[in-house]
Design a binder for this molecule. Structure first.
Ligand SMILES: Cc1cc2nc3c(=O)[nH]c(=O)nc-3n(C[C@H](O)[C@H](O)[C@H](O)COP(=O)(O)O)c2cc1C
Length: 239
């Protein structure tokens, strides 16, 4: 049976908008016969890389830091798909997820090779899982994901793998909202996300038309901005 590992990298963990997205995507993958497991990065201690390069020298593939990274690396090694679910933070991924990738270089070899386009990278040591990127953000436009989209293409290339599916959702706060007026638009969207998960397993990717509908905003921009402004005003009044 094919299997997938979700790594939820939101500091909000189980309560996160990222998890709403991941839950729907995995619903579709499960329906297509994939066994899915979820790990929350907040449950683990992963210290920053010290840059000592011991893992490429005196202690090959062994990091000098003894924390939960060894467990996460082992779990990742068993998965066919690694599903990264995270909020956009300052146009990028949250720090702990970046730390996870920094620490992952211990899986590689120090030796250089040329890839098919003549660009230098490290020789592959372990087969990295196929990457699925699920991210959400607070701004209303999809353009905010441009940097992350490019970044993960580069990361996949360095780790000798591919990004096989991406779902990006602006207006992400709506994913976790309990506002009754938004439930129907949200349910329609999450069913489409589940269809994307299923399509990945059954057809190898998300069909273009589905990708187009997934990128549609929940609300018109002006309406969304007004709602977010009201909600922050209410929060500040509570203080
Ligand atoms: C430190 C921080 C940085 C953020 N940076 C961005 C950003 O660059 N662009 C954006 O649209 N939203 C940004 N956001 C908003 C989050 O992406 C948004 O609240 C998201 O829905 C949180 O998802 P989660 O519940 O999965 O953590 C930021 C939030 C925080 C706390």
């Amino acid at each position: 049976m094919s299997n997938a590992l979700v790594l939820n990298a939101s500091p909000r963990g189980r309560q996160s908008n990222s998890q709403v997205l991941a839950g729907a995507f995995c619903r579709g993958m499960t329906a297509a016969g994939v066994e899915v497991r979820t790990l929350f990065l907040t449950d683990y201690t992963v210290e920053p890389c010290r840059g000592c390069l011991s893992c490429w020298g005196p202690t090959p593939k062994q990091c000098v830091i003894h924390d939960d990274m060894a467990y996460l690396r082992k779990e990742m090694g068993h998965a066919e798909y690694l599903i990264l679910a995270f909020p956009l933070y300052v146009d990028s991924m949250p720090g702990p997820l970046k730390t996870f990738f920094d620490r992952s270089i211990a899986d590689g070899e120090p030796w250089f090779e040329q890839d098919s386009e003549g660009e230098t990278r490290h020789v592959e040591a372990l087969k990295a899982p196929k990457l699925v990127i699920l991210s959400n953000c607070g701004y209303p436009e999809q353009s905010h994901f441009e940097a992350v989209r490019f970044l993960f293409q580069r990361i996949a290339r360095n780790f000798h793998t591919d990004v096989v599916a991406e779902v990006y959702k602006s207006q992400g706060g709506i994913l976790g909202s309990s506002n009754q007026e938004l439930q129907s638009v949200k349910a329609t969207y999450l069913d489409r996300v589940a269809a994307a998960g299923r399509a990945l397993v059954e057809n190898g990717g998300i069909p273009e038309e589905l990708q187009r509908t997934l990128a549609e905003p929940f609300l018109p921009k002006d309406q969304y901005i007004a709602a977010v402004t009201r909600s922050f005003q209410a929060l500040q009044r509570q203080v």
